[in-house]
Design a protein around this ligand. Structure first.
Ligand code: FAD
Length: 434
């Protein structure tokens, strides 16, 4: 059984907190007549071993509550390890990205690299001895009102190469599968099937040197689109970037202070509109008029957009300079893919060796969670926005769905752990009078 404790993937024979059968639903895996094997988990089941799941498990542990963390991949931090590009660094300074109870180690740069962040998460899981069940893809999770428990069905790789089903039964379910669980492809791109070049999503992009000397189109101009375009350029590819909508580009730092940190500080004293005006004024001084280069700004300010839609402004780490000097070409939206390239909405056609879709990600919660009151089945996010997005009914929780990055993750982890710990103490530690 692929269970392990801590980071990386140390194997343990048995998870310490599982009790087979244990009377829940009367099932014991041994003679369950072809149904899934059943395990009762005394503490919460946490789905997802990314930063949000690990932080929640660590905070629970610190409050004396055991939990079991499930992940479909064979390691912790799989999104960062396997679905990001090599040159990625945290977009925000490390002080806004560290998880509760454990700062980054001394010597970590202000913007940790992907590998440094992954190592931090491995160490984090190890330091808190988090109980992990890896290679365990949650197929369904549903609340069984008859017994007042969540039933979480998991597909696990079996030794014979097939898959076995296991059901975990727990009083609490923490959803930590991430805002970015699946790549989001644009809908109905005409000609995709007939395109003979490489078509990929940024989640599979690793590094630019595979594209040296190639003509590459990047579809999308958020942080990923900008960074991939920059990486392509730095590795000798010819990059074009589709800019369809208006967007805010801000410098990553203003006078040596992180733009994000400055915003957080100013918001303590000033209304959001005033902070936006100030940010835009300073950005114009530092970056110039981005509209001149095909990057028109929306009328609403960057922080107001972030707060109302969750859409993050681009924090420039060098792509804008390449756009200004023409190394990255800004192009309009695509109408369709042709056999060898693309036809744009303005009618002009161009050949491309590769088209990389930097079109974002989506939640996968609706595909497995049988619950629609707390989580929306449309976008897979909690229906109530931050700060009310962390707790549903019947022991259901959401960690990492605040649209506020890792700061939101920390907030959720602490709140969830506190809430469950109170119930745990009441149920198991306080004397009861019968
Ligand atoms: C390119 C990029 C850069 C970012 N940079 C920053 C930054 O600098 N600062 C910041 O604050 N935020 C940043 N974010 C946003 C966010 O903080 C990260 O995406 C972070 O990884 C979210 O953590 P998470 O644990 O919620 O989700 P994830 O890291 O995605 O972890 C979710 C886990 O759930 C598992 N899973 C999914 N479905 C199932 C299932 N059905 N069964 C079992 N397991 C499942 C996945 O394998 C994964 O391990 C960035 C996001 C991206 C995409």
């Amino acid at each position: 059984m692929p269970t392990s404790r801590g980071g990386g993937g140390q194997e343990h024979d048995q998870p310490t907190i599982l009790h087979r059968g244990a009377g829940v639903g009367g099932g014991d895996s041994g003679d369950n007549k072809g149904g899934p094997r059943q395990w009762w988990v005394p503490g919460p089941v946490v789905v997802g071993a990314g930063p949000s799941g690990l932080a929640t498990a660590a905070c629970l542990k610190a409050r004396g509550v055991p939990s079991l963390v499930l992940d479909k991949d064979s390691c912790v931090a799989a999104s960062w390890r396997h679905r990001t590009y090599e040159r990625l660094r945290l977009h925000l300074p490390r002080c806004f990205c560290q998880l509760p109870l454990a700062p980054f180690p001394p010597g970590t740069p202000t913007y940790p690299t992907r590998d440094q962040f992954v190592a931090y998460l491995d160490d984090y899981a190890r330091a808190f001895s988090i109980d992990l069940r890896l290679g365990a893809r949650v197929r369904t999770a549903a609340y069984d009102a008859a017994i007042g428990f969540w039933r979480v069905t998991v597909d696990e790789d079996a030794e014979d190469g097939g898959a076995t089903a296991t059901e975990f039964v727990s009083r609490w379910l923490v959803v930590a599968t991430g805002e970015n669980a699946e790549p989001a492809w644009p809908e109905g791109v005409e000609g995709m099937d007939g395109y003979r070049g490489v078509a990929m999503h940024t989640s599979s992009y690793k590094k630019g040197d595979e594209f040296r000397g190639k003509n590459v189109l990047v579809v999308g101009c958020g942080n990923s689109g900008m960074e991939v375009s920059l990486d392509l350029c730095n590795n000798g590819a010819k990059a074009s970037m589709v800019v369809r909508d208006k967007l805010h580009v801000l410098p990553r730092e203003i006078l040596g202070i992180s733009t994000f940190g400055l915003s957080v500080f100013l918001l303590r004293w000033l209304p959001i509109k005033r902070v936006d005006s100030l940010l835009l004024f300073l950005s114009r001084l530092i970056l110039g008029d981005t509209e001149k280069y095909g990057l028109a700004r929306p009328k609403t300010g960057p922080l107001q957009i972030k707060s109302s839609t969750g859409k993050t402004p681009v924090l420039d780490i060098g792509a804008l300079r390449k756009i200004k000097n023409g190394e990255i070409k800004v192009v309009p939206a695509i109408k369709r893919l042709t056999e060898n390239g693309v036809e744009f909405i303005d009618g002009h056609k161009e050949d491309f060796d590769a088209v990389i879709f930097a079109t974002g990600y989506k939640s996968n919660v609706p595909s497995w969670l049988k619950e629609q009151e707390f989580f929306s089945h449309v976008d897979g996010f909690p229906r109530k926005p931050f700060p009310h997005s962390w707790r549903g009914k019947n022991g259901l929780y959401a960690a990492g769905f605040t649209r506020k990055g890792l700061m939101g993750t920390s907030y959720d982890a602490l709140r969830i752990a506190g809430d469950i710990a109170d119930q745990w103490t009441e149920a198991f530690c306080e004397p009861h009078c019968y």
